[in-house]
Design a protein around this ligand. Structure first.
Ligand SMILES: NC(=O)c1ccc[n+]([C@@H]2O[C@H](COP(=O)([O-])OP(=O)(O)OC[C@H]3O[C@@H](n4cnc5c(N)ncnc54)[C@H](O)[C@@H]3O)[C@@H](O)[C@H]2O)c1
Length: 314
């Protein structure tokens, strides 16, 4: 089997974690039982460009049980769990092309490996796979029945293609399902954002000035969880209606430039670019923490921050 992962020896740990996640995915388990009998995806090749996590592993396995040939690459170079990639290859016999921290070139090389199989269905989280088909591999279009797109940012990209009559095959907007954006975006991202910040920084959240940029489905969840941990939450939002909603939900609402002067922790979750940029970094307190939960890390102007910095440490 052709694959490219970090280390196959990580499979044992990955397997345990995938099985653990499965315990909390009862709907998928029911679908898997049905798929085992009905095999609705027999002879279907699926190229899946998704976060390579324990949950995705269970999804990939379910598709395989349904009869599909599944090929998996990452939808973000930073989110791959290398132990999950290892168990998918070793124990589930699913080809994976993904290594946490891979550079841009490798990220796209991995994506192209999944496209080389000439898939019938694409699964995307951020629209990078479909964009690659549209820009560089149009010869594959004839084989593709359709695809799925998971996240808000990906759907924005696809809707713009559709508006220009340039979308070459139908895509299901998974994020538009109520069971996706009302729950994953709000409660999932709310919790995992706090989890990520706490694991990375180990700060005491209560009493801190916590700034959430964007009060959409994800932003509402992040603000709710920060408040629950005792932070003083400020929301910065460009849509006046959502800004008003944040006021009514009990948050302080202001502009990013004002919030920069007192914020201790900043989270961007907008789907926009350069939400935090040079003029903001210059206003921030020493020791301010910036984090992004939006799909792409372009919400924080990292090149500008790098230019301002005297040194970089891990
Ligand atoms: N980290 C995760 O687990 C996760 C999960 C789901 C979605 N996402 C991603 O998070 C991002 C937000 O998704 P969502 O579903 O909350 O979208 P949304 O459209 O519901 O909300 C985004 C909000 O940001 C606001 N906004 C846009 N530009 C802004 C700016 N410059 N300053 C302040 N506010 C601004 C918009 O007005 C809107 O209210 C997307 O990139 C999405 O793909 C991440």
């Amino acid at each position: 089997m052709n694959y490219h992962i970090k280390d196959i020896k990580l499979a044992k740990k990955g397997k345990l974690r995938v099985e653990w996640a499965n315990e909390y995915m009862p709907v998928l388990s029911l679908i898997r039982k049905r798929f085992a009998k009905e095999k609705p995806l027999k002879n279907v090749k699926i190229a899946a460009c998704l976060h390579v996590t324990t949950e995705t592993a269970n999804l990939a396995e379910t598709l395989k049980v349904g009869g599909a040939e599944v090929y998996l690459c990452a939808s973000n170079p930073l989110s791959t769990q290398d132990d999950v990639a290892a168990t998918l290859v070793k124990d589930y016999k699913i080809p994976v092309f993904s290594i946490k921290g891979e550079d841009r070139k490798t990220y796209y090389a991995h994506m192209n490996k999944c496209l080389d199989v000439e898939p019938n269905i694409t699964m995307d989280d951020g629209a990078d796979l479909v964009s690659t088909v549209h820009s560089k591999r149009r010869n594959l279009v004839g084989n593709i029945l359709g695809g799925t797109e998971e996240t808000t940012t990906g759907i924005i990209r696809l809707k713009s293609l559709e508006k220009n009559k340039a979308l070459l095959f139908p895509i299901m907007a998974v994020n538009d399902a109520n069971t996706k954006h009302l729950f994953d975006n709000r409660y999932g991202t709310g919790q995992s954002t706090m989890d990520g910040i706490l694991r990375a920084t180990n700060i005491l959240m209560c009493g801190s000035n916590f700034i959430v940029c964007g009060y959409g489905w994800c932003g509402r969840g992040v603000a709710m969880r920060a408040k629950g941990l005792g932070a003083n939450v400020t929301v910065c939002e460009v849509d006046p209606l959502r800004a008003l909603e944040a006021v009514m939900d009990g948050y302080r609402v202001t502009t990013i430039s004002r919030a920069c002067k007192y914020g201790d922790v900043f989270v961007t979750v907008t789907g926009d670019t350069k939400v935090l940029r040079k003029e903001h970094f210059l206003l921030m307190k020493d020791g301010a923490i910036v984090a992004n939960s939006g799909h792409f890390n372009v919400e924080i102007d990292i090149p500008a921050l790098t230019n301002l910095s005297r040194k970089k440490e891990e």
